[in-house]
Design a protein around this ligand. Sequence first.
Ligand code: AVI
Length: 337
Amino acid sequence: MGLTTFKSLPGNDTVVTRALPTVLLYDEVGLDLFDRITYLPEYYLTNSEIDIFKLHGQEIVAEIPNDSDVIELGCGSLRKTELLLDALNKHRTGITYYAIDVMPRPLRESMSKLAARFSNISFCAMCGTYEESLPRLSKSTRPKTILWLGSSIGNYHSTEAAQFLAKISKTSLNVNDAILIGMDKQKQPSIIMDAYHDSQGITDKFELNILPHTNRIVMEYAAQQSDEARNSFIDQETIEKFKYVGFYDEAIGRHDSYLEACEDVVIRWPRSIAAQVKEICGSDDDIVIKRGERVYIESSYKYSDSAADVLALVSGLTLSRTWTDPREYHMLSLFRK
Ligand code: AVI
């Protein structure tokens, strides 16, 4: 990564001229901020998923056989994982729970807390990307249930999500293995807007944190290339020129997040990496972002009632069950190979 930051998007006549990879939202600070978001009253997603586990936990656990592997993509929120593990601990034997995450800290913290509480379950933390970690588990012949919760799928564009699922199915699932996916449902736009524009401004901090994280990655890379002294790629003064904006498109069912420049911004590449930048981006020119231009950060898809059927169709899986919360804000769908 690193050098593709602020990559130009096609169609420069729009106000959205640049993009940063969504994954850059998540450094230590970003993870803490996201965790705080999950407790906000406006961010109904986590509580709705918890409601589904509270209401339908027994039925969900009934779909997970004894002597099987449960694999969570991302460590997710402990509150909802705990509910599921509690039910597994009581009603199942021989369960091994794997959590896959790129960040070592949340993995360590959640694993030690969980292992202390649920003595009937074996715990295993795998630090790495899903692509690295899942194939390592595919050698096991035990039945598998993959958990992809919290509407993380919503941060993937539709075709990417289907491709990702098809790939998991091909590389990591045996016949009858399952994947349980949390999907946020389409609903009244004001409810969704409130979820992404909370009154305490935590979401603003979360989205803006992508800038210092990007700065750190580029500066670390620049320092590896030369010990030439440099201030910053994106300094604090530059960061303060941006604000977070987000919009919900009801027709598509998607909330998009951007950083908008409140005044003209010029960002200079560190000299020590100019050659690499030129090779990768075609130019090492200063990055000029005009007042009012937007940098795309992330999309959060919201799904219609038929979305799980469509996803099953395009990814080659079979939709087995879907559960929703009493408000019908969120759904958990179980797919089988
Ligand atoms: C992690 N992901 C599912 C969150 C979402 O709702 O798209 C990230 C988030 N962005 C702003 N608030 C929360």
